[in-house]
Design a protein around this ligand. Sequence first.
Ligand code: 13P
Ligand code: SF4
Length: 345
Amino acid sequence: EENERTERIESALDELGDDVVILGHNYQRREIVEHADFIGDSYQLSKEAAESDAEYVVFGGVTFMAESADIITDDDQSVILPSMEASCPMAGMAEALQVDAAWAELTAATDEEIIPITYMNSYADLKAFCAEQGGLVCTSSNAHKAFEYAFEKGDKVLFLPDKHLGENTAHRLGMADETVEWDPWDAEGTDAEAAVENDVILWEGYCQVHERFRTDHVEQVRADHPEANVIVHPECRREVVEAADRAGSTADICQTVANAEPGDTWAIGTEIHLTHHLQRWHPEVNVLPLCGDACMDCNAMRQIDPNYLAWVLEELVAGRERNVIEVAPEEKDLARVALDRMLEI
Ligand code: 13P
Ligand code: SF4
């Protein structure tokens, strides 16, 4: 069945030639990344799309990534997501309406200036909101620079939607004691007066994959493989990042393994597909999953089934654009401002 599907994908790609570029996020399954022109982290991929002349950008990733690609590509390029079900739950944890309500409460509780920062893993309307309020976007590799920008410009940060990336960044900048969580789902209500006594307000969002890593996993891997180095994604809990040897974005994890000496051992605390790719790409390095094989699988990323990839490509050959991700023009311009501010730092 796989051979037949591979043939379908390859023959559609032959027909489409340079009209199409395929992007594969590091967390996509093997049957997707092996067809990708570019493999990388979310922002690297959007930049590759913008630099290509392809009319169709087929994104093996999740909705917020396809939106970011639509924001930075030309208007005559269409961004296609093979499955509309591929939506990152963390991005869905900060809905614009909820953030508007929180913003009204927080800004009424202080005269000091709050700068909102949103992680790339968020929808375009939230990126647009951040631009409007003087804030910006960040990725997991430049969150500390976004904090520095915000504290030069204002007095406090509202960090959305990933509380762990926000907390890990505050810690890195020596601000561990100045953070507070803002939980919009708290049945007892939120206390804006108390929240604004802190410099860093962390939205109560998290990644359901990375939150499952525990310090026990780090201890176990160190007991079983005393020679192992441990690297985790900064979406992991604070104590897991502290127990690891290094934390980094998916691009940084790839680079670390690529730079390892033959025979080195690296245990990887991130989505399992990337660990498997690294095992295949670097057989000279001993690459281990930090926590077995079974549980660290992102459901959202898994929605991109190779059968859907074959389908969207065959539809393009037939002249039909399916599953186009299009950000509304007014949001697009503002979200672009928030992304450009990130590039400036
Ligand atoms: P990167 O930006 O590090 O690729 O991460 C994206 C993501 O979804 C992490 O869970
Ligand atoms: Fe979202 Fe986590 Fe999946 Fe990344 S791994 S897409 S943050 S749910």
